[in-house]
Design a protein around this ligand. Structure first.
Ligand SMILES: Cc1cc2nc3c(=O)[nH]c(=O)nc-3n(C[C@H](O)[C@H](O)[C@H](O)COP(=O)(O)OP(=O)(O)OC[C@H]3O[C@@H](n4cnc5c(N)ncnc54)[C@H](O)[C@@H]3O)c2cc1C
Length: 486
């Protein structure tokens, strides 16, 4: 049953929402309602098996656990998926749990410097490989790396080729220090993807002050003047209202900005187009998002290789690139994707391109269009071309596993057309409701929506820009910290 009132309503049971609600549930005295539009489950044992198997991402076109969005990547149409199930995108992702680099936080307000966030990175994890000053030993998220003896052949060959090419071997990618090649920190335990739903929320479900409403979509935040007083929801039996002491939006980098817009908070001209009465004119809502463009360099194996490994076990970082030797073709790791050829991913970690969300004025609840603006900047194209050249060089050196005739020839001077044809996105969408104090900022450094009262956003929307690594560890850290400040 949907409660009539809660002290805190958390909208969105994804990576951030599960972390935040579970943390608040551990503190008696305040009631917490967690709303999730997708399906739920009440224990790890009853969670859908597709969410558990960390070697596969259940995000293909037939997935029951995602929402699909149309996108424009470098002007070309495509589709991306985001988790729409208890656990959100963290319940369907690659299990790569690497922190943002210390320098990434220079773009954040000073209260989010690396020194400020390190205690929270430690608090959220228990790392079974490292017990030094950089790591936690008692947090909910299990972190480990695939043991050297069990590395997939592709991961091992890539690591050795990168070291032979002069890249620094890095033991711990979650500690500060120089960049290089190393084993990926994974939130995977015994083959199970341990996102925040399983690691944090499930153990908190027995808390008497927490109510989880799955299959319940927030339609908008109800405002009284500039004050958030509740949430209008649709749980399948019609529209209901939950009165709230505070509302925290954790609906992800597409849906949190949409909810703000539908609540009257956003660019004044867009609110007018959508026919929503304005409450706060915030030009930054839904604009200027960042993500990682990723070019897939195709090749073939010499002979069949085993399936069932984590999707990514080793990775190489340079100043502006991440090279990702996936351990299986996407046809195997993303059922239904149909991409049968193995690829080495070339990711631009600090892209200059900025994207925007486009909502349909005729139906504001229809899936938003994500226009990424990838490859707009010639420096991004040059960096990716350089990355493809490095990838080709490394693939050529991985001769134990790579068919030498399959490596693209002439790829070192690929043109823009080739880049665009092989372009995808790492699905690390960030910064659609940025934190800061400038005119385009949407929340302050405590994640409070500018100009509104009792209303917060706490998910990857608020990152000032996408971290130079995958965002998952960083968003869990952020949610854990925001919970302390509520
Ligand atoms: C396929 C894929 C693979 C990825 N792999 C990695 C990886 O290996 N490593 C990494 O670092 N990052 C990875 N990412 C990114 C990372 O998982 C996400 O950035 C992170 O999980 C986002 O967390 P979030 O809380 O901001 O949003 P989400 O986890 O997406 O949560 C948002 C939740 O809100 C719910 N919701 C939305 N609207 C409403 C509404 N109106 N009412 C109620 N509920 C609502 C959604 O259903 C969803 O459950 C991947 C992402 C994807 C999609």
């Amino acid at each position: 049953m949907i409660p009539a009132r809660a002290d805190i309503v958390v909208v969105g049971g994804g990576s951030a929402g599960c972390t935040l609600a579970a943390t608040l549930a551990g503190r008696p005295g305040r009631t917490v309602v967690l709303l999730e539009s997708g399906p739920g489950y009440a224990s790890t044992g009853t969670a859908p098996p597709e969410l558990l198997d960390a070697s596969r991402l259940p995000v293909g076109p037939e997935s029951r656990w995602t929402a699909q969005y149309p996108v424009l990547l470098a002007g070309r149409p495509g589709t991306i998926a985001r988790g729409r199930v208890l656990g959100g995108s963290g319940a369907v992702n690659g299990g790569y749990f690497v922190r943002g680099r210390p320098g990434d936080f220079d773009a954040w307000p000073p209260s989010w410097s690396f020194d400020h966030v390190l205690p929270y990175f430690r608090l959220i994890e228990h790392d079974s490989d490292f017990g030094d000053e950089w790591h936690g030993a008692a947090g909910p998220v299990p972190v480990s790396r695939t043991p050297w003896s069990r590395l997939h052949a592709v991961a091992r060959a890539f690591h050795d080729a990168a070291v032979a090419a002069g890249h620094l071997p890095v033991e711990d990618l979650n500690a500060p220090g120089p960049v290089g090649v190393g084993r990926v920190p994974l939130n995977i335990a015994n083959g199970v993807r341990m996102g925040p739903a399983l690691s944090s929320l499930m153990p908190a479900l027995a808390s008497p002050n927490l109510t989880v409403c799955s299959g319940t979509r927030a339609r908008r935040v109800v405002m009284s003047g500039a004050e958030a007083v509740g949430v209008e929801v649709d749980g399948g039996d019609g529209v209901a209202f939950i009165e709230a002491g505070s509302v925290v939006l954790c609906a992800g980098a597409v849906e949190s900005p949409r909810l703000l817009l539908l609540s009257g908070i956003g660019p004044a001209d867009e609110l007018a187009t959508l026919g929503v009465a304005p409450v706060v004119d915030l030009p930054g809502v839904g604009t200027g998002f960042t993500d990682h463009p990723e070019v897939a360099v195709p090749y073939r194996y010499r002979s069949d290789l085993p399936l069932g490994a984590a999707v990514l076990e080793t990775v190489l970082h340079t100043d502006e690139l991440e090279l990702r030797p996936y351990t299986a073709p996407f046809a195997d790791s993303v059922p239904g994707s149909g991409a049968a050829v193995p690829v080495l991913g070339v990711v631009l970690t600090r892209p200059r391109s900025r994207g925007r969300l486009i909502f349909d004025a005729r139906d504001p609840y229809a899936a938003a269009l994500l226009d990424y603006g990838y490859l707009d900047d010639p420096r991004d194209r040059a960096a990716l071309r350089h990355g493809v050249a490095s990838a080709v060089h490394l693939l050529a050196a991985m001769d134990e596993v790579v068919d030498p005739h399959s490596v693209p020839t002439g790829a070192a001077d690929v043109d823009d057309e080739w880049l665009a044809a092989h372009l995808g996105t790492s699905q690390h969408l960030s910064g659609s409701c940025r934190m800061g104090s400038d005119d385009s900022a949407v929340v302050d450094d405590r994640c409070r929506v500018h100009g509104a009262e009792r209303l917060f956003v706490a998910d990857t929307s608020v990152f000032p820009q996408v971290p130079s690594r995958g965002p998952h560890a960083t968003v869990v850290m952020l949610a854990r910290r925001v919970a302390d400040a509520l």
